[in-house]
Ligand binder design. Structure first.
Ligand SMILES: Cc1ncc(COP(=O)(O)O)c(C=O)c1O
Length: 359
């Protein structure tokens, strides 16, 4: 058994509190249980295996990738497992937690500028292209253009969901970044269901996939280039039936709701997907089964999505709390209560006796 053999075969977790019991069954594919913590482990393994089989990736090769972090984490752990070096180019949006994971696996990380077009020499893509030229035996997965990206989901994620639901899935909700997850999983599910599965793309508002381009904070999902010529070939638009544009505050509110009321600590783009699912659930009945694919775990965003000061700094905290409040009221959920620390007996009060102050 090797670590990359543990990728995939993730369970489906039913959401019991955020969605009404008399509505559709809502199931979350627990992709955060992959060894690298995200759905992207699946494509990392598929792309590396194919490159090894084709002789493109050989002993002594260096893996070079422009990444929003999760594909990097998958490639970094496989590089460590198989003895390759790895260099990743990450834009400024990529969380420090994700960069820390890449470095922990021994990879080199270069931070690029986020405010430039892909053809600009300082873009992540241009830097990665230059590195490919100058590093001997360098290999890049080109995840935005690699058919093994959607193929990984067609081969694994789609069949897993079909089997785990006993063919009962009627709706699939996933993000669109490279488009690999939604295109590969959606294509398989449509094929085996005779076209009966509805595929819904959960897109950050401001992403080119669903509307006008504007800055957004959700990581990994969406596309910031309006020019269709710059859209990835891994995204097959024909598989997607509907796109839901979700604002940052709504995405982050749903991530918080899942953490506080379902015990699921998920990333910001998973919040986008849950928000999209919440728009569809009222239109469906108990006959329907809606499966959500969250890309990753919230552990990568403790310094951002789950940090009050960061949310406040982005001007989002009040709106996030307001949306959380609306959903709680609708679902009859109680906010987790904070312990009134100052009212505690003196020997267990922070700062007293052996206890340390909280901050
Ligand atoms: C956090 C996050 N969400 C969503 C996505 C989108 O997945 P895909 O590239 O398969 O469309 C990614 C991809 O890197 C991601 O890292």
């Amino acid at each position: 058994m090797s670590i990359s053999e543990l990728i995939g075969a993730t369970p489906l977790v039913p959401l019991r509190r955020l969605f009404p019991a008399d509505g559709p069954r809502v199931l979350v594919k627990a992709e955060f249980l992959n060894p690298g913590g995200s759905v992207k482990d699946r494509i990392a393994r598929e792309m590396v295996d194919a490159a090894e089989a084709a002789g493109e990736l050989v002993p002594g090769s260096t893996i070079v990738e422009a990444t929003s972090g999760n594909t990097g984490a998958g490639l970094a752990l496989i590089a460590a497992e198989r003895g390759y070096d790895a260099v990743f180019v990450c834009g400024p949006k990529v969380s420090d937690e994700k960069v820390g994971v890449l470095r922990a696996h021994g990879a080199t990380v270069i931070r690029s500028r986020g405010d430039v077009a892909p053809e600009h020499p300082s873009s992540s893509r241009s830097i990665a292209e230059r590195l490919l030229e100058v590093i001997p035996a360098a290999w890049s997965s080109q995840q935005y253009d690699n058919p093994h990206n959607p193929a990984a989901h067609r081969r694994t994620t789609g069949p897993e969901i079909w089997e785990q639901t006993g063919g009962a899935i009627t709706h699939l909700v996933a993000n669109v970044g490279t488009g690999g997850t939604i295109s590969g999983t959606g294509a398989h599910l449509k094929e085996v269901s005779g076209g009966a599965v509805t595929v819904i793309g959960a897109d950050p508002a401001g992403s080119a996939y669903s509307g006008e381009v504007e800055p957004f904070l959700v990581e990994g999902a969406g596309r910031i280039y309006a020019d269709r010529a710059l859209w990835p070939s891994t995204y097959d638009e024909s598989v997607v039936d509907h796109l839901e544009a979700v604002a940052d505050a709504e995405s982050f509110a749903w991530a918080h709701l899942a953490a506080r009321h379902e015990g699921l600590l998920l990333g910001g783009s998973a919040g986008t997907a849950l928000a999209a699912a919440s728009r569809w659930a009222p239109r469906l009945t108990a006959e329907h089964t809606l499966v959500v694919i969250p890309a990753d775990s919230g552990r990568s965003y403790l310094s951002k999505v789950y940090d009050d000061a960061w949310l406040a700094g982005q001007g989002l905290r009040d709106e996030v709390e307001r949306i959380i409040g609306v959903v709680r009221e609708r679902r009859g959920l109680r906010a987790p209560a904070a312990l009134p620390l100052d009212a505690l007996p003196e020997d267990v009060r922070p700062g007293a006796g052996a206890l340390q102050p909280t901050a």
